[in-house]
Design a protein around this ligand. Sequence first.
Ligand SMILES: Nc1nc2c(ncn2[C@@H]2O[C@H](COP(=O)(O)OP(=O)(O)OP(=O)(O)O)[C@@H](O)[C@H]2O)c(=O)[nH]1
Ligand SMILES: [Mg+2]
Length: 312
Amino acid sequence: MKLFKNLNFTKLKEGLSKTREKIVNRIAETVSGKAKIDTEILDEIEEVLLTSDVGYDTTAQIIEEVRKRLTNEKERSEAVIIQLVKDVIIDLLNSSGSKEEYTPAIEGKNPFVILVIGINGVGKTTTIGKLAHNFKQSGLKVIIGAGDTFRVAANEQLEVWAKRAGVEIVKKDKGSDPSAVAFETVQAAVKGGYDVAIIDTAGRLHTKHNLMEELKKIGRVMQKIVKDAPHETFLVLDGATGQNAITQAEEFANSVPLTGLIITKLDGTAKGGAVVQVCTKQKYPIRYIGVGESIEDLQTFSPKEFVEAIFG
Ligand SMILES: Nc1nc2c(ncn2[C@@H]2O[C@H](COP(=O)(O)OP(=O)(O)OP(=O)(O)O)[C@@H](O)[C@H]2O)c(=O)[nH]1
Ligand SMILES: [Mg+2]
């Protein structure tokens, strides 16, 4: 069963246009008009990938693999080399466990609980609004919990998204214990027969010990009601932050059992190559990507569609 029909290729391409301009147009420029693909061209492609935030190690890995596969090719044209680069990148994206058409295993959970975490401003609250909308559109009963009790306007912001998505919200006064919000949200979800409960959290630095402990407590407390909750713990990463995103994934994973990643803001950046780097450098699958600020701008991550949108 595919839950959301949220993969809109035109929109994805539009969102990734900056990255595409950077990678594809420059590779095309580099190889067009050249009769043969030689070492110099591979060096130039290497540079293009580096400046798109694919990262040094990952770029070297890609070029090495392309070089290897190229030796088996009789025809070394522009089309052939671009296809090779695409294939190698798709293989890398798949290697993190990110797979085509991920579907959350919601059935039989009542509720399926999703905890959303990450550093400040990466797009957690916005992503929850988009996720809630998608679940709702799929005919599910959705409730969201305003677990960011730290920031002044956090409740209001999540309330706006709840209204837009047409879902219920649980909130408490600013300064309340975020675990209490998580507890009450899951409790309300069980009582009300909700299919999905999504918990927002305040932005926090992975270097702050007490804030990471707070996340652990949120997890523990909801387990008093639903034993295996949270069923997903998504770390949200800003796609424009490159190497830093990898550090964040490592650090958060040290405190909380992550189940997947959501990469946002891929529309605003020419550095969408960071996604490739994130996939090769850590072991958590990418589940969703954000390609804009509106409610429709969340897509299920598909390695193949992602690469097609960049190169297509
Ligand atoms: N262009 C673009 N902007 C996004 C995307 N996702 C989120 N944003 C914007 O990023 C900004 C921060 O988003 P929030 O959802 O408030 O981020 P947050 O992680 O909840 O922030 P804190 O709660 O303060 O830690 C907002 O202006 C969003 O509109 C996206 O995919 N693309
Ligand atoms: Mg927020």
